[in-house]
Design a protein around this ligand. Structure first.
Ligand SMILES: O=C(O)CCC(=O)C(=O)O
Length: 235
């Protein structure tokens, strides 16, 4: 893949620029920083990471069948982490420069902004969405290895996409759960914490190619507290 022009990538794949909520109250454990990185910083991060050799499109088991994930993924950091059945040895902080080193440094900046100790985050799950066809289905990041109240800090780069949050089935009444929507734009940071992963699910829905034909990168910073437990909390 050739390096990309960041300006071209920052297209609007997400409709209107507003938080569109039908929740009576927004989940208290989501904090959204629309412009955490400046445009220049976000452009530089894109250039440093977009063609890292750690990216791969790997299979997962879905209803008993092996299928390719609808996005590329990469793992960076120092701990083994199992995500959606995928257990990959992470790329060390020095092992895939400039991506791994830039992401490590950015982790320190997020830790400072959130008042966390340095090196709090020890893994990054990275997602590369080539266009609107690539997506992330409804799920909770409720792996036991992350502990009971994980802090997940999610940086977005490139095309704007919609990020939806809804109550998990066990916690809503009626057929259709209410949803809240965030528009994740180039340089934004969304932080989930507290009991978010116990009570809510989130997703990054598909968009028609005619509306979204540009790339987005996502880096979710996490802290693995128990490397040997690969199970999920109750779905
Ligand atoms: O790309 C995104 O913003 C969604 C990422 C996500 O849901 C996850 O990594 O669990």
């Amino acid at each position: 893949m050739r390096p990309r022009d960041a300006n071209r990538l920052n297209s609007l794949c997400a409709g209107d620029q507003k938080v569109n909520s039908s929740f009576r109250t927004a989940p208290e454990k989501i904090t959204f920083y629309k412009h955490f990185l400046t445009k220049l910083e976000a452009d530089e991060l894109l250039q440093a990471t977009v063609d890292a050799r750690s990216w791969a499109r790997t299979p997962v088991t879905f209803f008993g069948k092996k299928v390719l994930q609808p996005r590329d993924t990469a793992f960076f950091g120092t701990k083994l982490y199992t995500y959606s059945d995928e257990r990959r040895q992470p790329t060390g902080w020095q092992d895939d420069p400039p991506a791994s080193t830039a992401l490590h440094e950015l982790g320190h900046r997020i830790e400072t902004a959130l008042g966390l100790p340095t090196e709090w985050f020890n893994v990054i799950l990275a997602n590369r969405y080539h266009n609107g066809r690539d997506f992330m289905g409804w799920h909770s990041d409720n792996e036991r290895s992350l502990g009971d109240e994980p802090i997940i800090a999610s940086i977005s780069i490139g095309a704007q996409r919609r990020f939806l949050v809804r109550l998990r089935a066990a916690y809503h009444t009626g057929d259709t759960p209410e949803k809240i929507e965030y528009v994740l734009e180039h340089g934004s940071l969304l932080v989930m914490s507290g009991k978010m992963q116990s009570f809510y699910q989130h997703s990054l829905p598909k968009v028609a190619l005619s509306k979204c034909n540009s790339l987005r990168l996502n880096f979710t910073y996490r802290r693995v507290v128990n490397e040997s437990d690969h199970s999920k909390n109750q779905e």
